[in-house]
Design a protein around this ligand. Structure first.
Ligand code: DQA
Length: 151
C-alpha cells in the first residue's frame, strides 16, 4: 500500500464557511473523509494536511519527494490556495523533487478575477483539475492512481 499526500494551502481550513457560493458547504474534514474512502478503494492510504504557511508546504513537498524516491508515496494532490498565484518557491520545490503533483482548484479559477488566471504550479504539475468543486480531489486521486499503475 502506497500513500498519496493531499496537501492544502492557506485558508482551506475555512472550507464550508468561507465564501460558500464559490467553494460550497463541504468542510475540509468532509474532504478528508471523501479522499480517505477513494484512496482506500484503490488500495492506497492518504496523508492529509493543511497549512497556512508557505514554508510548511515546501517542506511537505520535499518530504513527499523523499517518500516517492523510497517507493512509499505515489504522488501529491495539491490545492495551494492563493499561493498558486504568487509562489515561485512552491514552483521551485515541485521542480526540485521528482514526485508527481496534481494541482487542484475547487473553483474554476479561469472564470474568476484575472489575478487567479496565472499559476506558478501549472508548469511543474503532472496534471491539473480545476472547477469540479471538491470532487476535484477525487478526480486527482484517480488520476494519480492510474498514472502509478501505468508505471
Ligand atoms: C482555490 C482558488 C484560489 O484562487 C484561492 O486563492 C483559494 C482556493 C480553489 O480551490 O478554488 O484559496 O485554490
Amino acid at each position: 500500500m502506497a500513500t498519496i499526500l493531499i496537501l492544502n494551502g492557506p485558508n482551506l481550513n475555512l472550507l464550508g464557511t468561507r465564501e460558500p457560493a464559490v467553494y460550497g458547504a463541504t468542510t475540509l474534514a468532509d474532504v478528508e473523509t471523501m479522499c480517505r474512502s477513494a484512496a482506500a478503494r484503490a488500495g492506497h492510504a492518504i496523508d492529509f494536511r493543511q497549512s497556512n504557511r508557505e514554508g510548511v508546504l515546501i517542506d511537505a513537498i520535499h518530504e513527499a519527494g523523499r517518500g516517492h524516491k523510497a517507493g512509499d508515496v505515489i504522488g501529491v494532490v495539491f490545492n495551494a490556495g492563493a499561493y498558486t498565484h504568487s509562489s515561485v518557491a512552491l514552483h521551485d520545490a515541485i521542480k526540485g523533487v521528482e514526485v508527481p503533483v496534481i494541482e487542484v482548484h475547487i473553483s474554476n479559477v479561469h472564470a474568476r478575477e484575472p489575478f487567479r488566471h496565472h499559476s506558478w504550479l501549472s508548469p511543474v504539475a503532472a496534471g491539473i483539475v480545476v472547477g469540479f468543486g471538491v470532487d476535484g480531489y477525487l478526480l486527482a486521486i484517480d488520476g494519480l492512481v492510474r498514472r502509478a499503475a501505468r508505471g
